[in-house]
Design a protein. Structure first.
Length: 283
């Protein structure tokens, strides 16, 4: 199983460039990954078959056992294997040892019709609210002190903002949050907080309000409420458009839980979860 696990991680890394990955390979690796037993699945991300991450050298899932000395083996400092930890303990490790000062995603609202104010409140309660409830009952309740979901709610500047505009805003924010890091150099990953953001536009708010994201409501429904998660550092214009670029996907709000946050701390996991725009990612 260890060999298969390493091969899966290597496959994702090798084809992480969108121009190299084919739908068939992506689907095979995705289905295999999702069918793994939980403790194996959680360890795939740290068996990538590459050199130790230089930008985030303490992140256990971004290094390969074949390049590590015995002393470098990720024990997370508490005598437990990484993949046996709860998501809360993994986040705790990232905060204490991995270089992260805060955790949580940035969420942008880009539609301000008053009939969607309730839906926006649902987004907040279903993400940050549920995360706080879960953390309070977890084995690492102290991570609540550094939880920082950033909800950007500014009608004047964000009404109908495009995904490219949001990317520019997000990257400026990420740079300001990391004055001592070259966050633009993403060769070894930026972690969940600085690699992805959440977009809540009119179709998403409509889907939360009615269960359908189209007008008239109910026609062409895609199957329930969702928001959108975006890869911030992929340039749509340079790469020929976001539909082709696979830089965003619809995702059920309930999937934005702590386990998913930890999975995406290995940015290559995006290609495991990626779902085309005609479907909704659920995990």
């Amino acid at each position: 199983m260890a060999t298969v696990r390493s091969a899966t991680g290597g496959l994702l890394l090798r084809f992480s460039n969108k121009g190299q990955i084919s739908p068939s390979i992506r689907n095979i690796s995705k289905q295999f990954y999702l069918c793994l037993p939980l403790h194996y699945k959680r360890s795939v991300s740290r068996h990538q078959g590459g050199p130790i991450n230089q930008a985030y050298p303490n992140r256990p899932f971004m290094s390969s056992p074949q390049y590590q000395s015995h002393n470098d083996k990720p024990t997370v400092g508490i005598g437990t294997e990484w993949y046996d930890l709860s998501a809360e303990r993994k986040i705790q490790w990232l905060l204490n040892n991995g270089g992260d000062a805060k955790w949580g995603w940035v969420v942008y609202r880009t539609c301000y019709k008053p009939e969607f104010d309730t839906a926006w409140g649902i987004v907040k309660s279903a993400t940050e609210g549920k995360a706080r409830q879960r953390v309070a009952q977890s084995d690492a309740p102290d991570i609540a002190d550094k939880m920082d979901w950033v909800f950007v709610d500014d009608c004047e500047s964000l009404e109908d903002a495009s995904r490219e505009e949001l990317k520019r805003l997000f990257k400026d924010w990420a740079r300001a949050e990391n004055p001592d890091r070259n966050i633009d150099e993403g060769k070894y990953g930026r972690g969940s907080r600085y690699a992805f953001f959440i977009q809540v536009d009119e179709p998403a708010l409509l889907s939360i309000t009615t269960g359908s994201d189209t007008y008239p409501v109910g026609e062409g429904s895609n199957g329930g409420p969702y928001v959108k998660i975006v890869q911030a550092w992929v340039d749509d214009v340079a790469a020929g458009g976001s539909e082709e670029n696979e830089d965003w996907m619809k995702i059920r709000i309930g999937t934005l839980h702590l386990d998913f946050y930890v999975e995406l701390d290995n940015n290559e996991a995006w290609y495991t979860f990626y779902t085309s725009p005609d479907s909704i990612c659920s995990w």
